[in-house]
Design a protein around this ligand. Structure first.
Ligand SMILES: [Zn+2]
Length: 968
């Protein structure tokens, strides 16, 4: 009998074959698109429900996931879901998959004699497992059935025949669905992973089951295993040898029996149905607890709807993936993940609400949907359980608290005395303090958080403290003092340049202009009183404060308005020059001279470009100063002794831990993350991990890239990550054995979370910084102590009724404030305030506010046709981007040479899309500049959505102008 007749072999073989086949046919962009959609929209349940391939394809089509080559897409799912998903998601549908593969096999091998036996079984094979009689009647199937059901015999046969090289231990029928404990040979595992082509290599190397688990990436490379398979094998090893302290890290399907005693204690209040905040250290399995609550909740309330919310897309993605694994075999749970960047035309809320019962959404998206008036609107009481991940953010204006504002409205303003409200579960490792100095402050802070979440009882570990403590090791902490660089020429030049710029700002000519125009502004006084220590926080504060004051100065009523604008533009440029120097100062502390040089050169080019339009030559002088600084930077390759210190530490640690090394370095800035990762020794294959809210050009990573980087770190392809604050919170970063905080001022929460990343035994934490930074860190530890104390005090209070009353008061106070805000906001919009938009850097008029519209509720475009004549377009650094039926085509700058935004095209019609960072809003009703805002959502005025009619008019005029141009 041919070995390929074994269905499992075939399973793996075909998977490999088809994967190769697929690569030629589909565009990468198309592939990625589909992959992402599959990742977000296909739930394990879909696989369970798919009784045959057609059915699976139907689901994919119904969800608008694919319309192209059908087989291809299916294979993509095979290929691109990693091993874990294949194991957990595809295997339960194994019978279906087998059929699918059988069919595929037919189509592939029609002309092969060898396989005709097996192929003919195509149709009958559907019943193979259940129906013995049927099998007997079909000879081909019989072969297959034998191989399936009598694997012992098969083994003997194969061994006797002597022709078996690649499958000495033929797996039994259910091999692919064996749990890893049942996969008891190296061959089994390789076959399961789809790498049977390496079985021979493993045999040659005499890799048995014992040595298999100790393999390292380097061993595999030596054996000639390619990088892709190698990483999957390493991942398999890692997953199956990992300690079980952190159950969610493993791929094992969990049930509540596996909970540790302390986790069961943490579950008591949530399972009672009461609102609570689960407070336990990073990595104590809070997600597991949340999922357990969700499962129980839906068990008790079959019609219930659950919202799981996390503040970033990355976090949400990770939690959604975990949920898919966790709820794999739970037939009562249907998961749905909504992302802000998805096409919104595909669903209505009422539709998805009837199909799914557990929703994953960011709080902002949820708030948006709560505030709508159309098909996508939801109500807070449509849900029966809300879970807030990292809930300590539920304060002030945070999106979490905006969600809770809807809850408060429902709770207090309902006509019925006891409105039905969803249960609230918050999870956090750090309920408290950014600045709380004393226990009293801390207690107040925690109480506020509890009030905001409508929680009276905290869930903490009290009874099972011993169990809790013994499961975690505390890493050792060491200070790594920074080397002092006395008389650093770069520092000297930078400080001197800053002083030169200051003198230009304080010049007599400026004073003269101020004398003419300034009546009551303190800007001139502030300009003359900077803080003397240019590298201090105080100086930075002075800079930012004065710059904002300058921006808000209004000259519009002055006679010599143009002089005033010129001086304002110049001073603004001065402030931005100083900002660049301060940034360079930071770069010099953390990186090498050449990095400082590179950074300054880039900025200098920008200033040079801007200064073209400056008619007073003043900005050009600033450029000259900067060029001098650049020229004075030494060429040394390695100038920073601190980097060498870090490298030394990494090397020592690597010697000890070898391929098990996983290091995390935390830095303050993106740029440091990028550059430092490059400077570390090659054998670590370091990579940066940065945020997703900024573009790739600025050093950001997309959510998918972040996931990929973390995944590669987990399987050891990167031994070291250099991360910015994105890594601080919540993201499931795998175990690591050393963290280095590289010249970082951490607050309590980040400090705590960074420590939480060190999970392995004898983990180590290095703090590289000045004595001040180290001291601050010790202070953080004191604060952590205070935090724990404050939580303890609240938990141990013996008057729950009084506490409840106190919290109720806090809640109603917040509600009143929110009510006031709603009223004032209405008043403003009723006033129908008028505004103009100005360039942030030079206060040049851009357009009247009534030309501003929103597009798809998230982009702000200008429908002023004349503006298109004034702006200049520049190519994007990346190529054009398509989204939501729009194309991002160019960068845009105004006549002043300052950036204003980008060109978005809809139906080939170009529109200016403004960036909030580039504009200043001038309130023409009150004659004053509005405060800067960070996101459009905070924009102080109502902006209408562009109507279809307006768009057509605009389109018409664009065309008209084009035609006239052609004539002239
Ligand atoms: Zn400008």
């Amino acid at each position: 009998m041919k070995k390929q007749d074994d269905p499992k072999d075939l399973h793996a073989k075909l998977k490999g074959e088809l994967c190769e086949h697929i690569n030629h046919d589909i565009e990468k962009s198309e592939f990625d698109k589909v992959k992402n959609r599959v990742k977000h929209y296909i739930t394990p349940k879909d696989f369970k429900d798919a009784v045959d391939m057609q059915c699976l394809l139907d689901i994919l089509e119904k969800k608008n996931i694919l319309k192209v080559g059908k087989y291809d897409i299916l294979i993509m799912i095979f290929k691109d879901f990693d091993v874990r998903i294949v194991e957990n998601v595809i295997q339960p549908a194994e019978e279906n998959i087998k059929r699918i593969l059988d069919i595929k096999h037919t189509t592939h091998n029609n002309d092969e004699d060898d396989s005709s036996n097996f192929v003919s079984s195509d149709k009958c094979s559907e019943k193979i497992a259940e129906d013995d009689n049927d099998m007997v009647s079909c000879p081909a199937k019989k072969n297959k059935a034998e191989s399936a059901n009598h694997s012992d015999t098969m083994d003997t046969l194969e061994q006797n025949s002597g022709e078996s090289t690649s499958c000495k231990q033929l797996p039994s029928c259910s091999s692919a669905s064996k749990t890893h404990n049942e996969r008891n040979s190296v061959g089994d595992i390789l076959r399961f992973l789809g790498f049977e082509r390496y079985i021979k290599d493993f045999e040659d190397e005499e890799v048995d089951m014992d040595s298999f688990w100790t393999l390292k990436g380097d061993d595999l490379t030596r054996m000639g295993v390619k990088i892709g398979p190698s990483s999957k094998i390493m991942k398999y090893i890692e997953e199956n040898t990992k300690s079980s302290i952190f159950p969610l890290q493993s791929t094992m399907v969990l049930n509540s029996k596996q909970l540790y005693p302390f986790q069961r204690e943490l579950l008591e209040i949530p399972l009672s149905g009461e609102n609570t905040v689960v407070y336990a250290r990073t990595n104590a399995g809070k997600t597991l607890i949340a999922f357990t609550v969700i499962a129980e909740h839906l068990e008790k309330n079959p019609g219930g709807k659950v919202l799981f919310t996390a503040r970033t897309n990355l976090l949400l993605d990770q939690q959604f993936q975990r949920a898919q694994e966790f709820f794999l075999n739970n037939k009562k749970i249907d998961l749905f993940c909504l992302r802000a960047d998805e096409d919104r035309t595909e669903y209505t809320f009422s539709n998805v609400m009837t199909v799914y019962n557990v929703f994953f959404m960011t709080p902002q998206l949820f708030v948006n949907n709560l505030s709508r008036n159309d098909d996508l609107k939801v109500n807070i009481d449509d849900f029966t359980l809300l879970v807030f991940d990292e809930c300590h953010h539920t304060m002030g204006f945070d999106a979490y608290n905006k969600v809770m504002a809807f809850y408060r409205l429902k709770k207090f303003q309902n006509a019925t005395p006891n409105p039905i409200l969803p249960q609230i579960i918050g999870m956090t490792a750090s309920p408290n303090i950014y600045t709380s100095q004393s226990e009293d402050d801390a207690v107040e802070h925690v109480k506020m958080l509890m009030a905001n979440l409508d929680v009276v009882k905290l869930s903490t570990v009290v009874k099972e403290k011993e169990d809790y403590e013994q499961r975690f090791d505390t890493p050792t902490k060491e200070n790594l003092p920074v080397a002092s660089r006395d008389n650093d020429p770069v520092v000297k030049n930078i400080i001197s340049a800053i002083k030169q710029v200051e003198r230009k700002m304080q010049a007599d000519s400026v004073k003269h202009d101020f004398y003419i125009m300034d009546t009551d502004s303190h800007v001139w006084k502030d300009i003359n009183t900077p803080s003397p220590d240019r590298s201090s926080m105080r100086y930075l504060n002075w800079l930012q404060r004065t710059k904002l004051k300058l921006e808000e100065m209004d000259f519009s009523s002055l006679e010599n308005e143009s002089t005033a604008y010129k001086i304002k533009r110049f001073l603004h440029a001065c402030f931005r020059n100083i900002e660049v120097y301060l940034q360079a100062y930071g770069t010099n502390e953390t990186l090498e001279y050449k990095d400082v040089k590179e950074e300054l050169q880039k900025e200098c080019e920008l200033f040079e470009h801007e200064s073209q339009t400056d008619c007073h030559e003043q900005e050009k002088e600033l450029v000259t100063i900067m060029q001098e600084v650049i020229n004075g930077i030494p060429e040394d390759e390695t100038s920073n002794p601190d980097i060498n210190k870090v490298i030394q530490e990494l090397e020592n640690e690597y010697k000890e831990r070898g391929s098990k090394s996983r290091f995390l370095i935390f830095v303050k800035r993106r740029m440091t993350a990028l550059k430092l990762a490059d400077k570390l020794p090659d054998f670590l294959h370091s990579h940066h991990l940065t945020g997703s809210s900024i573009s790739e050009e600025q050093g950001g990573l997309s959510v998918d890239e972040q996931n990929d980087v973390i995944e590669r770190f987990r399987i050891g392809m990167h031994k070291c990550l250099v991360a910015t604050s994105v890594a601080f919170e919540g993201i499931d970063i795998p175990d690591c054995n050393m963290t280095i905080r590289y010249k970082l001022d951490a607050n309590v929460i980040t400090s705590l979370q960074m420590r939480g990343r060190i999970r392995r035994k004898e983990g180590k934490e290095l703090i590289m910084g000045t004595f001040k930074q180290y001291h601050k860190e010790t202070l953080n530890i004191e604060r952590q102590y205070i935090m724990n104390k404050s939580v303890e005090m609240i938990v141990n209070n013996n008057d729950n009724q009084a506490l409840a009353k106190e919290l109720d008061k806090l809640q109603t106070d917040t509600l009143k404030k929110e009510e006031m805000k709603r009223i004032t906001r209405n008043v403003i919009s009723k006033k129908n305030a008028q505004f103009d938009l100005h360039c942030r850097k030079c206060f040049m008029f851009i357009c009247k506010g009534n030309f501003l519209r929103t597009l798809l509720e998230c982009h702000r475009v200008v429908i002023d046709i004349e503006l298109m004549d004034r702006i200049k377009t520049k190519p994007l650094k990346k190529k054009a981007r398509f989204f939501d039926g729009l194309v991002k085509k160019y960068k845009v700058e105004g006549p002043c040479c300052h950036d204003w935004g980008v060109i978005l095209a809809k139906d080939d019609v170009n529109m200016l899309c403004l960036s909030q960072d580039d504009i200043k809003v001038y309130n023409t009703t009150e004659n004053k500049y509005e405060k800067n805002f960070r996101k459009w959502i905070e924009f102080p005025f109502e902006v209408d959505e562009m109507t279809e009619e307006e768009f057509l008019n605009y389109k018409q005029s664009v065309k008209l102008i084009k035609t006239t141009e052609n004539f002239s």
